[in-house]
Design a binder for this molecule. Structure first.
Ligand code: ATP
Length: 261
């Protein structure tokens, strides 16, 4: 049985009893993860605990050996509306070395919306807005290969924002990003959330994003170890397992809907 999200609408992500195997290794071992509409959920845990695999499973990029996944209330096998989802993978330099400008890379975030049609005025405005949100508008004409790692990360985030997704998934968006830029990203995210977006973030430290986070889900060895409010994780970067336990998510699914009280 699925758990209703706050407000009664279907959760944007509903992953239930997810198991996944990579190579011969069981990496997800029965994960429940629900993100309700308008919620900001942080996925925490030690290296190798399965965070990246869980978010990739949550968008169907890692097949489940058992378990269920629904996006916006639709089972994955029937879900087609990918323009509602923006995904920023774990830091990659995939676009580096490509002879593309910052604006071109960010514009590619509109692909799912405009397909092969040329960018229209609305598309261009969304691209410009995304560039401004991450503080990269001044570098729009530069080649991405001329950017630092942190700037590159901001461009990839802008690419996801340009698609105006209802669900934004970011895998370690703060990795290698200086504190000033982390605040820029926090402001960009706050803006998205204010306009109704739901967000799933993989993080090692909450940093300036802490005030935005409704719920933290801590993974350990491919399982949900606990679900907590951010303030209950006094130092998630160093001691993700020392914090106060609220409830195991699997035992108390109500918490997974963000109804911590
Ligand atoms: N392609 C793969 N083949 C086999 N094992 C894999 C593969 N990708 C990841 N794994 C293993 O799955 C486990 C979980 O990896 P995952 O990247 O999901 O962890 P993580 O929590 O995101 O870690 P980190 O904090 O280091 O990014 C690790 O033990 C990893 O070695």
């Amino acid at each position: 049985m699925d758990v209703p999200a706050p407000g009664g609408s279907a959760p944007v992500i509903s992953l239930r009893g997810a198991h996944a195997v990579l190579g011969a290794r069981p990496v997800l071992r029965g994960i429940d993860l629900t993100v309700g509409r308008g919620e900001v959920v942080a996925l925490l845990g030690a290296n190798g605990s399965g965070k990246s695999t869980a978010v990739r499973a949550a968008i169907g990029r890692v097949p489940l050996t058992s378990g269920e996944l629904e996006l916006f209330g639709t089972p994955l096998r029937r879900f087609r509306d990918w323009r509602r989802v923006g995904y920023v993978p774990q830091r990659s330099t995939a676009a580096a070395g490509v002879p593309a400008t910052v604006r071109e890379v960010v514009s590619s975030g509109r692909l799912a919306r405009h397909r092969l049609r040329p960018l229209g005025r609305t598309d261009r405005a969304a691209v410009q807005r995304a560039l401004e949100l991450v503080g990269m508008a001044g570098r729009a004409k530069d080649s991405v290969s001329a950017l630092s790692g942190g700037q590159h990360q901001r461009v990839l985030i802008a690419r996801a924002l340009a698609g105006e997704p209802e669900l934004l998934i970011m895998d370690e968006p703060l990795a290698g990003v200086d504190l000033a830029s982390q605040h820029v990203l926090a402001d960009a995210l706050r803006d998205q959330v204010a306009s109704g977006a739901s967000v799933l973030l993989v993080l090692h430290e909450l940093g300036p994003l802490a005030p935005l986070i409704d719920r933290s889900v801590v993974l350990r060895d491919g399982r949900v170890e606990r679900v907590a409010r951010p303030e209950q994780l006094h130092d998630p970067a160093c001691h993700p397992h020392d914090s106060e336990v609220v409830h195991p998510a699997s035992a108390v699914p109500r918490i997974e809907t963000g109804q911590l009280s």
